[in-house]
Design a protein around this ligand. Structure first.
Ligand code: 6GU
Length: 231
């Protein structure tokens, strides 16, 4: 799966893309991330990509010309991608949206900065708009990484054979929160691992885990219990 990221700050992505799980997937050709520096599309000797808003007000607005021309140049290269603009005005990202995004062969992620985009960018390009939650970030870059990070988990083979994203909380098959997990040692400062996990009784363990998932979901996220299944 291919991601194109359009940003004024491509350097923000280098640490993230270098982490082991992702760099292995990139090496194995499962994921391809291309960064595009919006500033390269700036016009004039001042390399301007943003300007003051007409009508006044604080902050700067991303200019229509460099953004539209950069997107069009990236889109000219096949395969066609789904264009997504990261903005707090967008549709809220959740696992259902992530699952839908993962069906695309290519995503083009447009990151904003400053106070926003010139409205004509949206009118001309008609992107899907996505937000990662009801709070404001300094720019779309961290949100774009969130989209990439959640989508790549669903690429077959990304997690390796013995791990499965199907069991993740919020995925279509599982709307409950994860149960508690333990590893060695069996006792730490009088804190013991629940006996059932050491019992070797796989049925009892599965029952305990389902029950813990349910209790945790009821306590923390009751809203998930009456989530309607997908139609
Ligand atoms: Cl996608 N962008 C910005 N700037 N802030 C956000 C966001 C995106 N999602 C939540 N807050």
């Amino acid at each position: 799966m291919r991601f194109d990221v359009l940003t004024l700050f491509p350097e923000i992505f280098s640490g993230y893309l270098g982490q082991s799980l992702l760099s292995k997937a990139i090496e194995r050709g499962k994921v391809d991330v291309q960064l595009h520096d919006l500033r390269r599309w700036a016009k004039g000797k001042h390399q301007k990509v943003d300007d003051r808003p007409f009508g006044g007000g604080p902050g700067m607005v991303l200019m229509v010309e460099p953004v539209v021309e950069c997107v069009e140049a990236v889109q000219a290269e096949p395969p066609p991608g789904k264009l997504i603009l990261l903005t707090p005005q967008g549709r809220r990202l959740d696992q259902r949206v992530v699952e839908e995004l993962a069906t695309h062969e290519r995503l083009i992620l447009l990151c904003g900065r400053y106070e926003g985009f010139d409205q004509r960018i949206l009118d001309i390009l008609q992107p899907a708009e996505i937000s990662i939650g009801d709070f404001v970030l300094n720019g779309g870059e961290v949100a774009a990484m969130t989209v990439i990070d959640s989508v790549v988990r669903l690429i077959p083979g990304f997690l390796g054979d013995d791990e499965s994203s199907i069991q993740d909380s919020f995925s279509s098959g599982n709307r409950w929160l994860e149960c508690p997990q333990y590893t060695r040692p069996r006792v730490f400062r009088d804190w013991e691992v629940p006996e059932v996990l050491l019992s070797g009784d796989h049925e009892a363990i599965a029952r305990w885990r389902r029950e813990q998932s349910f209790l945790r979901t009821r306590e923390r996220r009751e809203d998930l219990l009456d989530d309607k299944p997908e139609v």
